[in-house]
Design a protein around this ligand. Sequence first.
Ligand SMILES: *Cc1c(COP(=O)(O)O)cnc(C)c1O
Length: 485
Amino acid sequence: MIKEIREPLIFEISAAGKRASELPQLDVPAKKDLLAGVPLRREIDDFPEVSETEITRHFTRLSTKNYCVDMGIYPLGSCTMKYNPKINERLAAHPAFAASHPLASADLVQGSLEVLKKLEGCLCEIAGMDAFTLQPAAGAHGELTGMMLIRRALEARGDARKYVLIPDSAHGTNPSSAHICGYTVKEIKSNEKGTIDLASLEQEMTEEVAALMVTNPNTLGVFESDICRIAEIVHAKGGFVYMDGANLNALTGVVRPGDMGIDVMHINLHKTFSTPHGGGGPGSGPVGVKKELVPFLPVPVIVEKGGRYTLDFDRPGSIGRVRAYFGNFGVIVRALCYILTLGPKGVREIAEFAVLNANYIRKSLEGEFYLKYPTASMHECVFSDKFQKEFGVTNLDISKRLIDFGMHPPTMSFPLIVHGALMIEPTETESRRDLDMFIDAMKAIAKEAKENPEILHAAPHVTYVSRLDEVAAAKFPVLRWEKKA
Ligand SMILES: *Cc1c(COP(=O)(O)O)cnc(C)c1O
């Protein structure tokens, strides 16, 4: 691979008088002030002046500098970076949806309301819950909404309680959501299988505990096989079980959280049910509840009667709105399209292929990379750099070297209970061929670590910039071009 040439800023290739297109000489009198009243951008000094070829090449070259799921495997653990079928994009962009006004009266947007209600129904069936709200804008927002519902339900019983229990394998958003909702977080230890230790749970679960927040399968990619017993322990003390359902990709069509004793959960539509993500959204984190929590759901609730859809704001127990309008509607359209095009059999195959692919990677790479928890994987497997550390090679070196092989690195250094973690989630959309290319690259890197560690320390070699100061890049981004004096 050749090293790319540096792409200058468009300001740097500008030269006064260059034009993208030139019109022929006028053969009629010129008319002045044609642009009077049009807001022209005069505030940028030295607005770039470039030719059409330069504009086209500049932006085309920039567009090739990003990695995307349309290009290859994107095995970021916990992120479920699956391929997004183009039909979902086409439908979300359809003017009937994209141009529908969020403030239009219910009478004028019956079709859009039907989409919302249909998706609520599909999610209830897939998750085994009694109702869903589609308002939350992301997973973490769903967690906060879910915890607010729990707090409201407990307040209605007379005591909001004080603590929320969270296992040490949890996603970092769980403790922050519980904390923002006014709860004190207590950590529950994992056992050697990587699941919740029942004895610790029994000890910590008191009548001062509002809820247990559990991710299932957890961030080690391990299924909490004692989940029914876990729910019994929490319910016996009057608490609620919140499930972080961001990893529902491993369960769809196979088991239903509602049948495992879960009272409240969120689903990340942007992980399990399509939508391009990474780079900041938009996402969608619908929250599903059991009957007892339905009265507290955010308003408005969409009500269907005889094929007509109306909005019910008259719900005195509601926690209120958590998001303007109806949430991120385009993401909702994509999710419904994904579910309907796959059908019940296809929805089950999401989980079957996701789990098969993760286990294929785990079996193919065990021995080459250290596996702290050798339990069978669900949707992802978590290796670490323990073997490579002997040669002075870290998970960062391994990740950076994968870029040279034309692949996106896995999630690194998370979950925190695996030191030097490499968390790999292939998703169901990778073919055997793509999985084998990834496995071959990882094996080649393990070999290099032993024989030629320097090549890893200096990776990536094929990108214009190699190792960035990642803290400075995030904290002091250069967003404005200053003309050199
Ligand atoms: C992604 C994820 C979240 C957070 O979802 P966002 O949409 O990024 O807010 C929470 N929990 C788990 C387990 C996740 O994988």
